[in-house]
Unconditional design. Structure first.
Length: 258
């Protein structure tokens, strides 16, 4: 399938989805959101995909937010439709691990897109922020929920209520990203992380992601039950037999994802 506003590639089981509207700093408009939905559906159904990397085209922006012209035209019905929020929930539920490779501005919806990914890494030139209040709106695509779960309520309130834009170093300090690398090395670092993930048991990775995502939504006993059920599935899998056998035989495992 061909796209206008995004680029999609797959190499060595690593899929890369690039938001490609560099002329507007990769801002998300409705057409881009629709293309992302279609691409994510296709990639989720592709058994060859083991990890998904999300990034932005060029060296200035990951995603600089939602397209302001789109926002200005939206009304009550559009707000209730949760246009960007629905997309980011699809990203969060993507069946394989996801990495946000933040190569520049990640503001508003861009920061929220990164928050929907499992792992966030940043170029040393990256900037993060939730400036929506300055437009008379709130972060409405997940930041009021995912941001405090990621950096704590105090920092989430600070970023949302002040609209302050922080650099990659501060993002690392507060736990918004897990690593910062020189901009020229971001792509290589993202692929290095993806390769590390691909060496793990794919079924176990999928179930671990499911359990981890549930941890912020359910009480402890329910979370532990989900964990127990996920482990039971792993215990009965071919991957567990292969992983433990490979360990005892001092060789690399050959997982099949079953």
């Amino acid at each position: 399938m061909s796209y206008t506003n995004i680029l999609v590639s797959i190499e060595d089981s690593i899929a890369t989805l690039t938001i490609s509207r560099p002329e507007v700093q990769n801002a998300l408009n409705l057409a881009t959101v629709r293309e992302c939905h279609a691409a994510l559906q296709t990639l989720a159904a592709d058994a060859s995909v083991g990890v998904l990397i999300l990034t932005g085209a060029g060296d200035k922006a990951f995603v600089a937010g939602a397209d302001i012209n789109d926002i200005r035209a939206r009304d009550l019905a559009d707000g209730l439709a949760a246009i960007n929020s629905s997309l980011f929930s699809v990203v969060e539920r993507f069946p394989r691990p996801t990495i946000a490779a933040v190569n520049g501005f990640a503001l508003g919806g861009g920061c929220e897109l990164a928050l929907a990914c499992d792992i966030r890494i940043a170029a040393d030139t990256a900037k993060f922020g939730q400036p929506e209040l300055g437009l008379g709106i709130i972060p409405g695509a997940g930041a009021t929920q995912r941001l405090p779960r990621t950096v704590g309520l105090g920092w989430a309130k600070h970023l949302v209520l002040t609209g302050e834009i922080i650099d990659a170093t501060r993002a690392l300090e507060i736990g918004l990203v897990t690593s910062v690398v020189p901009a020229a090395e971001l792509g290589a670092r993202a692929h290095e992380l993806a390769q590390r993930i691909l060496r793990q048991g794919p079924l176990a990775a999928r179930l671990a992601k499911l359990a981890l995502n549930a941890s912020s939504r359910v009480d402890l006993d329910s979370g532990l039950l989900i964990e127990t059920l996920a482990q039971a599935i792993c215990y009965d899998s071919e991957d567990k037999q292969e992983g433990t056998t490979a360990f005892l035989e001092k060789r690399s495992p050959r997982f099949k994802g079953s």
